[in-house]
Design a binder for this molecule. Structure first.
Ligand code: COA
Ligand code: MG
Length: 288
């Protein structure tokens, strides 16, 4: 699975921002036809994203296209406009049921067959950002084409009538529901956008909190957010060294026939081993 510590959006009709995104070393570039694009500019966004997929070198950054939601009336033209140029993946926002994922997956599979591309070579991520989406997470997360679920905090707050606060306590239940569903189905969990993009302390703190909740990455909207977000979702050297010590000490203690043991004055047993292994997996995925 492609690393997606930061998933950077830009309006799909903005050629300049798309070319700028190629210079940022960001894990994942998501050219948007949905809410970042004005209603009057959907056709331009489709054409410009198609051109970008054909002409630009995304190098190590993943190239995704976000279509409008299923039922918006734009979704079919959006997806058909980009599929012939093989994006790495398609993002479908505001997913509320398995049927809606199935709709996208069938269209993608038809394109894969038509072009002779391997089945499932175009991945899918979905936004879950409404009350219905949260209630149906179990069925949504089970779809085999999915790589991850993106939690849309602003849309979710609007969906339930919550008032957004800096600490995002009003989002906590849904934010944890998404991360839990992702863990159950081995998916990436991509956290909320920090809209106060000029304040890098806020994006850093929010990223660290998201990482502590178990998220593997975060949506971003501005170049300045790339570095703080990607580093927050990369285990630091100290965490990696400690995780390695746990793994080694665990193996040694198992050989001695001991389950639980003590490291640095703390009890270590199986759940701590699993957590340490997760840290090492994330470090490896981030190229460390
Ligand atoms: N992707 C790539 N480049 C971006 C970018 C983005 N999301 N946002 C800004 N830039 C570029 C600008 O083009 C500018 O480039 P330049 O220095 O080469 O001229 C540079 O970064 C600095 O931009 P800045 O002037 O600070 O921002 P802005 O006022 O032009 O734009 C936003 C602010 C919020 C409108 C813009 O960041 C944006 O459109 N973000 C994405 C919004 C979106 O897609 N929302 C939907 C998903 S939630
Ligand atoms: Mg949204």
């Amino acid at each position: 699975m492609h690393s997606r510590r930061a998933l950077l959006y830009m309006p799909g009709d903005d050629w300049k921002k798309i070319t700028k995104s190629l210079t940022l070393g960001v894990d994942c570039i998501c050219m948007d036809m949905e809410d970042g694009t004005a209603i009057s500019r959907k056709a331009e966004a489709r054409a410009i994203i198609a051109k970008a997929l054909q002409e630009l070198d995304f190098s190590k950054s993943e190239k995704l296209a976000r279509i409008n939601s299923v039922g918006s009336g734009w979704e079919k033209d959006d997806i058909e406009a980009v599929l012939p140029y093989h994006p790495d993946g398609v993002v479908i926002p505001k997913i509320e049921s398995l049927d809606q994922i199935q709709w996208g997956s069938e269209i993608i599979e038809a394109a894969e067959l038509r072009h002779g591309w391997p089945i499932n070579s175009i991945r899918m991520l979905v936004g879950v950002e409404t009350a219905k989406g949260i209630l149906n997470l179990k069925e949504i997360a089970s779809h085999p084409r999915l790589d991850g679920i993106i939690f849309g905090g602003e849309d979710f707050a609007a969906s339930i009538g919550a008032t957004r606060t800096p600490g995002a306590i009003e989002l906590l239940y849904a934010r944890q529901a998404v991360v839990t569903a992702c863990a159950a189905f081995d998916l990436q969990a991509i956290d909320i956008v920090t809209i106060d993009f000029k304040n890098l302390d806020i994006v850093r703190a929010e990223s660290e909190f998201g990482a502590r909740l178990g998220y593997s990455g975060k949506q971003i909207i501005h170049p300045a957010q790339v570095e703080p977000v990607q580093s927050a979702f990369t285990p630091d050297d100290e965490a990696i060294a400690y995780a390695k010590r746990i793994v080694e000490a665990f193996e040694a203690s198992q050989k001695e026939g001991k389950g639980a043991f003590v490291l640095d004055g703390k009890m270590i047993d199986m759940p701590l081993l699993k957590n340490a292994q997760k840290v090492l997996e994330r470090a490896k995925a981030a190229g460390k």
